[in-house]
Design a binder for this molecule. Structure first.
Ligand code: TRP
Ligand code: SF4
Length: 404
């Protein structure tokens, strides 16, 4: 059994909605590219999640999955640093989802905010389905299956991560107490070596008898450093610190990014459904066109009318892409009518195309060899499955589903 350190492990997921845009890049992918070097990362294209709302448009899913995979790779998410895979290629997600469904109160699902919100925003669809109601639980299974301690997501996903924590806590509470837990924990202490055992025991005592929270933290840090004990023993020792049972499914936490909101071509949030996006694979001509057509301060009807950047969506892009000199030039030129709007947009086109050039070169390579992309995803699924199976062994055992 491999040693899992939840604190070092990340899982995140993205729905296959087709080609990705600058909002995905600035808000999500740049962050993943950084995190893949600091954590053990699992990035999942969640095709089953697409079915929860788009069960009537299944013809597009496979193409969308490929588009997402190519764009991840183009953005620099690297199969040598992170595990990239497709949810449905790891059927263990479904098994954990099913097992967790047995202990998930309906009321928890009904009060997840996205349940009502999406039903309202997608009122044209019949979402009175079992699958749609269970969507947050499927997401919880995605996370808990890998015992990931961290989930990088946008703030809209906070309730879902919180939900996953609640489910993990309930699971551990119901099934965490294995028979003979105390004896097993005491035996595990001895495996820490003489000095280690002494340290662990005294820290545990300080916490349990004096409520010394620092001692608890020190003990946890100490356990995390232990390379030679088994996963099972380590988790027993974590649980034993607090007198609880064994932690089977660690509670994940959201990791919120600090990226500023990416404005779309109309000043609203960039998204495909708002039809205001610049896609990572848009050509320089398409990008130039989109920017030329972008609305500006309505006060600038004529070239000689002065404008106000604060009222102009183009300015929001300058805030994201331009250096101070250029921004000063925009502010002055706009307010004095010294520059025209097309002139104002030119450096943006330049900056965006330049930022995207290396991504587009990589995207072209992957587009030219879909076989390579498929094999990267297949390999990712194999790696993910190994981890998923380890977790399920423990979960089945906890539920008494052992027949050998
Ligand atoms: N629900 C997420 C979204 O709509 C996608 C998702 C599915 C996810 N499973 C996940 C995100 C697991 C993080 C972790 O964006
Ligand atoms: Fe907007 Fe620039 Fe035109 Fe001013 S000059 S209105 S900031 S596009």
């Amino acid at each position: 059994m491999s040693l899992v350190d939840p604190q070092r492990r990340i899982l995140s997921g993205m729905r296959p909605s087709g080609r990705l845009h600058l909002g995905h890049y600035q808000g999500v992918l740049k962050n993943w590219v950084r995190l893949q070097h600091e954590y053990e990362c699992f990035f999942c294209i969640v095709d089953w999640h697409a079915l929860t709302t788009d069960y009537d448009e299944v013809g597009q899913i496979a193409g969308h999955v490929m588009d997402v995979a190519v764009d991840w790779l183009a953005a620099g998410v690297s199969p040598s640093s992170a595990t990239l895979f497709v949810q449905s290629q790891v059927p263990e997600h479904a098994e954990l989802h099913l097992l967790l469904s047995m202990i998930t109160p309906l009321s928890w699902l009904e009060r997840v905010p996205s349940f009502k919100e999406q039903k309202e925003s997608l009122a044209h669809k019949d979402l009175d389905t079992f699958g749609f109601l269970g969507y947050p639980l499927l997401q919880a299974a995605d996370i808990l299956l890998y015992r990931a301690g961290w989930v990088p997501v946008g703030s809209d996903q906070l309730p879902h991560v919180e939900f996953a924590r609640d489910v993990a806590r309930r699971f551990n509470h119901l099934y965490g107490r294995e028979p003979g837990f105390e004896e097993k924990a005491e035996a595990a202490i001895l495996k820490l070596g003489r000095k280690g055992a002494k340290l662990y025991s005294s820290l545990r005592k300080s916490f349990q008898e004096q409520g010394d929270v620092e001692a608890l933290e020190t003990a946890r840090a100490f356990l995390r450093e232990q390379q030679s004990i088994t996963l099972g023993d380590r988790e027993r020792l974590f649980g034993y610190l607090e007198g609880a049972g064994k932690l089977i499914l660690p509670e994940p936490q959201a990791m919120l990014g600090s990226a500023p909101r990416m404005p779309g071509l109309d000043g609203g949030k960039m998204s495909k459904s708002n039809d205001n996006a610049i896609f990572l694979r848009d050509t320089p001509d398409e990008i130039g066109d989109k920017l030329r057509r972008m609305p500006t301060d309505p006060a600038r009807v004529h070239r000689n009318d002065p404008g106000e950047p604060q009222r102009c969506p183009v300015w929001q892009l300058h805030e994201q892409y331009s250096d101070e000199n250029t921004r000063d030039w925009v502010q002055q030129g706009c307010r004095s009518a010294g520059i025209g709007c097309l002139e104002c947009k030119a450096p943006l086109t330049e900056a965006i195309c330049q930022e995207l050039a290396p991504l587009q070169a990589r995207a072209a390579e992957y587009e030219a060899s879909p076989e390579l992309v498929r094999s990267i995803l297949a390999e990712g699924a194999e790696k993910a499955r190994d981890e998923a199976r380890d977790t399920l062994v423990e979960v089945r055992q906890a539920l008494g589903l052992v027949y050998r």
